[in-house]
Design a protein around this ligand. Structure first.
Ligand code: TXA
Ligand code: MG
Length: 345
């Protein structure tokens, strides 16, 4: 496990970054920070290396991985052309938290990366440490989130260590990630393009750039035919059952009290303004209602915090699904296994 700071200068050499790139080129797996969450990288052209990602995470093999590049010029060798809309999206949001699905070039990637599909998801991250590692390796790097499958994605090196220590070759630690939820995944092999996973770039920002886009209709529910294969699995789940709640503050407090009366230890996940108004056994403040980007930033760390607290049930507040709220609500709904508690009007 190596620590580097975030102010990586492209023109200098850093031993830990070189070591990480060398391990990747040798067919090993290395975790590194991106601006969204920590990723677990491996050479996307090497079957054995990619297999190590699936083994370390315990990830189902039908769930394809995102391929990370450091330079737009790498794209030409990886995909079969792209639409004008894809080009506009790349110009506006790369480097950054947007994954674009393209038709893949045959014979480039390990088949494990794309889970047998003829498309591939590509992302050019903005984190300087991720960019430096990928650029030095000079290869396309497959990198899912660096958590055990089913757990919340890691936003610190400690989260990665907790989940994957002993299962991977190394972790590059550059502190907390920024956005805190994963990249938005958009399929640009169809027109209009379709958002398969809400994330760091909002639908509103995308539509400002290229006009109307569809949203995968199966996204809201657990669905066998979700177009993004990963969306059908339970994800992000803490150990205790989590419920998403919708109702007045008074109802929220009554609901907490009802569980406490039957000897349940109740945890609450909400923005700090809500936490200040409630009483429960464990209160975890997750950002501020004044800026939901602060909630996205802290979301996974907050969900993980309950695993240290021996609660019997977690009640999570719900948010508007505009902007970054769409990604937050998608993750909470999945962490809850789609279980909701709503006030009856
Ligand atoms: O922010 C992120 O995207 C992070 C960081 C590390 O870059 N990575 C990440 O990867 O979240 P992962 O593997 O946890 O999620 C990849 C998602 C899954 O839902 C997967 O099904 C979908 O992208 N995906 C990948 N390739 C696809 C494809 N060809 N077609 C449809 N969905 C695809
Ligand atoms: Mg993941």
């Amino acid at each position: 496990r190596w620590t580097v700071d975030n102010n990586v200068d492209k023109n200098k050499s850093y031993s830990h970054i070189q070591q990480a790139a060398q391990l990747l080129n040798d067919g090993q797996t290395v975790a590194f920070p991106t601006e969204t969450v920590y990723g677990l990288g491996a050479d996307a052209t090497n079957d054995q290396a990619v297999q190590k990602i699936f083994n370390a995470k315990g990830r189902p093999s039908d769930n394809p991985l995102i391929v990370h590049i450091a330079l737009k010029s790498q794209l030409k060798g990886l995909v079969e052309g792209f639409s004008d809309k894809a080009e506009k999206l790349m110009d506006s949001f790369w480097p950054g938290p947007l994954t674009i699905i393209f038709r893949k070039k045959q014979g480039v990637f390990s088949e494990l990366v794309t889970a047998g599909l003829d498309t591939v998801g590509i992302r050019l991250p903005s984190h300087p440490v991720a960019l430096a590692i990928i650029e030095q390796s000079t290869r396309p790097i497959a990198a899912p989130s660096a958590n055990r499958s089913g757990k919340p994605s890691p936003t610190t090196a400690e989260h990665v260590y907790h989940d994957l220590n002993g299962r991977i070759a190394g972790i590059v630690d550059a502190g907390e990630t920024g956005v805190g939820v994963e990249s938005t995944v958009i399929d640009c092999t169809v027109d209009p393009p379709m958002i398969l996973r809400p994330g760091g770039v909002s639908k509103e920002e995308i539509e400002d750039c290229i006009g109307f886009v569809e949203v995968d209709p199966s996204m809201q529910q657990q669905h066998e035919t979700a177009r993004s294969p990963g969306m059908k699995y339970t994800h992000y789940a803490p150990t205790a059952p989590l419920y998403v709640t919708e109702g007045s503050m008074e109802w929220f407090q009554q609901t907490i009290n009802t569980y406490q009366q039957v000897d349940k230890r109740v945890g609450v996940l909400a923005v700090k303004e809500t936490i200040e108004q409630l009483q429960a056994d464990v209160l975890v403040a997750c950002g501020s209602s004044k800026d939901l980007y602060t909630t996205a930033h802290s979301l996974y760390d907050s969900i993980r915090a309950f695993d240290e607290e021996a609660v019997d049930i977690i009640l999570a507040e719900s948010y508007e699904t505009s902007g970054i709220g769409a990604a937050i609500m998608n993750r909470l709904d999945k962490a809850a296994g789609h279980k909701w508690l709503k006030e009856i009007e």
